[in-house]
Design a protein around this ligand. Structure first.
Ligand code: 2DT
Length: 209
């Protein structure tokens, strides 16, 4: 059997360029012959995702705990497909995951331990790229402020929470750098990861255990 795919994750505050960079990485990997697929959380297309979308676009209101659990459930419902893709050799490039879940809910004052619990056992990423932007700079980018969480004070707290939950497997990238420069840095590191995995494959990991 061939090697499993890698799980590359992009995290960061709103308008940090995650969607641009994750899309470009998938395109570049596919062009270089590495089978790769983009996955985005929340996945607003499912029944759970539609509830999340209603909340984020401020059509409905939900208790902070309830929405936290819906975000987690939205990841759990994707696990079967993600595992199948990784096992069949597809590299997954993921735009937000459980770390966003914890950072946003903890910024809303839910306890860190409580926030992490529902995501225990999810597939763990192999490498996390954190696109770091100060909320004052994010606020200058187009489209900022359209959704519920795009407020500078909350984003400041989210950013601080991300820094408390990240570990040495994360790469922090200055999101104000040139888009092409960021892309080539990420591509170089991803190729290095793929080479290491080719020489010394590791099994799919689990979150927070
Ligand atoms: P996008 O703008 O990237 O679609 O994100 N969020 C996201 C949470 O609060 N918890 C989660 O588990 C996830 C994945 C971050 C929509 C918003 O939803 C927040 C921004």
């Amino acid at each position: 059997m061939g090697r499993r795919g890698l799980f590359i994750l992009f995290e960061g505050c709103d308008r940090s360029g995650k969607t641009t960079q994750s899309t470009r990485l998938v395109e570049a990997l596919n062009e270089s012959g590495v089978k790769a697929k983009l996955v985005k959380f929340p996945d607003r297309s499912t029944a759970i995702g539609k509830m999340i979308d209603g909340y984020l676009t401020q059509k409905t209101q939900l208790d902070d705990h309830a929405i936290h659990l819906l975000f987690s459930a939205n990841r759990w419902e994707a696990m079967g497909q993600m595992r199948a893709d990784l096992e069949s050799g597809t590299t997954l490039v993921v735009d937000r995951y459980a770390f966003s879940g914890v950072a946003f809910s903890a910024a809303k004052r839910l306890g860190l331990k409580w926030c992490k619990a529902p995501d225990v056992g999810l597939i763990a990423p192999d490498h996390v790229f954190f696109l770091d932007i100060h909320p004052d700079d994010a606020a200058k980018r187009p489209g900022y402020g359209e959704e519920l969480y795009e407020k500078s004070q909350l984003q400041l707290e989210v950013r601080a929470k991300f820094f408390t939950i990240m570990d040495k497997s994360w790469t922090v990238i200055d999101a104000l750098k040139d888009v092409d420069q960021i892309h080539s840095q990420i591509m170089t590191l991803t190729k290095r990861d793929l080479e290491r995995h080719e020489e010394d494959p590791t099994p799919i990991g689990k979150l927070w255990i």
